[in-house]
Ligand binder design. Structure first.
Ligand code: NAP
Length: 270
């Protein structure tokens, strides 16, 4: 039997176990997905221990996404983002991926969204970094807007210095302006999780936009409702969550993921 799993602290709330177990069942893979909760400063040690124990693959969540970097060889995008959420033990040293980045691009392309033109990423935390680097890597010009201006500037400069398309930084007060000719909008803030509020003024949304909200709890956010009312294409955060899991499954097993089975298991729990 193969063992995969997740390290985080806490991990009790995670939707990854049912999603991955559904994939094993659908593909007939003799595998289990287990959650581990190491002490808060022991991310790298946990990865090393998992390798010793013969674990095939690990997902990594808060607070370990940066901590595990010394224990892995990061793939180029993970190195740029500066965070790893998937470790593949099939290589020596283990390879660290950032499948949140793939989650953004694959969720959009699943909905027929072309990764061309200009993307506005609102937020400059972990999800914002993954989205900005992923979209620039796909060839989109990226505009980063964040509440704390310095974080937007720092992220835009890092993306701009990378191999992908260019990036610029903007304040949240300029959202209407930066969205006017944009093709894609990603909300990578936590705004919309605890309250029914949107980080983007409704009148800045338009029919030529595709809007991905990284927030998946709730799935039906105010931003997405207002985007749909403006005629935009909408992609909810569960698609991003699904495709980061799909990407991890495919990296670990080399098999095509059973996307529908994983999606059903995820949506049943949201
Ligand atoms: P994070 O690193 O803590 O970053 C939070 C971001 O939200 C920062 O840019 C922060 O701005 C901004 N923010 C927080 N409160 C705000 C407010 N009241 N007004 C404006 N901006 C505000 O968090 P994260 O890990 O990036 O996660 C962000 C969201 O993405 C969460 O809802 C998380 O669940 C979701 N997420 C989803 C997926 C998925 O697969 N769907 C994956 C990862 C994350 P400052 O820099 O100014 O503090």
């Amino acid at each position: 039997m193969q063992v995969y799993g997740l390290i985080g602290n806490p991990v009790g709330h995670s939707l990854s176990p049912p999603m991955h177990e559904a994939a094993y069942e659908a593909t007939g893979l003799d595998a289990r997905y287990v959650t581990f909760e190491p002490p808060e400063s022991e991310g790298a040690a946990a990865v090393e221990s998992a390798a010793t124990l013969g674990v095939r693959g690990l997902n990594v969540t808060i607070p370990f996404k940066e901590q595990v970097l010394p224990a892995v060889e990061p793939a180029p995008l993970a190195e740029q983002v500066g965070a790893v959420n998937t470790v593949d033990f099939g290589t020596d040293p283990p390879t660290g991926y950032n499948t949140d980045a793939a989650g953004v691009t694959r969720a959009l392309t699943h909905h027929g969204v072309a990764l061309a033109g200009t993307a506005v990423v609102v937020g400059a935390g972990g999800a914002g970094r993954a989205a900005a680097f992923a979209l620039a890597d796909a060839g989109m010009a990226v505009r980063v807007a964040n509440r704390t201006a310095e974080r937007a500037e720092e992220l835009a400069a890092a993306v701009d210095a990378g191999p992908g398309a260019g990036a610029t930084a903007h304040g949240l007060d300029r959202l209407a302006e930066v969205l006017a000719d944009a093709d894609v909008l990603v909300n990578a803030t936590s705004v919309g999780m605890d309250e029914d509020v949107s980080p983007v003024p409704a009148d800045a949304l338009h029919a030529d936009l595709a809007v991905l909200d990284a927030v998946y709890s709730p799935v039906d956010t105010r931003l997405l409702r207002e985007a749909a009312a403006a005629g935009a294409t909408t992609v909810d955060g569960a698609w991003m969550l699904l495709y980061q899991g799909v990407e991890a499954f495919e990296r670990w097993t080399g098999r095509e993921a059973p996307v529908d089975a994983m999606n059903d298991a995820l949506r049943a729990r949201l």
